[in-house]
Design a protein around this ligand. Structure first.
Ligand code: SF4
Ligand code: SF4
Length: 113
């Protein structure tokens, strides 16, 4: 995964990942995707049979901030349609994929199984 980001949360997933009402965004500036891998690891993605908090099987190794999608050319539409937003500013600067995943889940008030 790189460029515009892998995931767009739709239907049931969108409802689950709606930002809590009382949450104040702390990174209002949206930047380009840095391929940090958080949105390939944190959400549950039904199209990929991927559980919450578990990295997608197509996600490459953590190299600081620069994960690659091994199936980028044929990744599903849920990945193609995802757009970076302020959450990227919260998670991408963190040093490891585990830290980025934990922060992503924390923002949405979720815990991995
Ligand atoms: S969380 Fe944001 S910066 Fe990180 S891979 Fe996904 S879209 Fe890119
Ligand atoms: S297929 Fe997996 S690694 Fe590739 S963009 Fe989608 S979630 Fe990320």
């Amino acid at each position: 995964m790189r460029t515009s980001g892998p995931l767009r949360l739709i239907g049931q997933e969108l409802a689950r990942f709606t930002l809590p009402q009382d949450h104040a965004p702390r990174s209002p500036i949206t930047t380009d995707c840095t391929a940090c891998g958080a949105c390939c690891a944190a959400p549950d993605i039904h199209a990929l049979n991927k559980p919450l908090g578990v990295p997608c099987t197509h996600l490459g190794p953590d190299q600081g901030c620069g994960h690659l999608c091994a199936t980028y050319a044929t990744r599903p539409s849920v990945c193609r349609n995802y757009q970076p937003d302020w959450v990227c500013g919260e998670v991408a600067p963190l040093p490891t994929l585990n830290a980025r995943t934990r922060r992503f889940l924390e923002i949405y008030g979720l815990q991995a199984d």
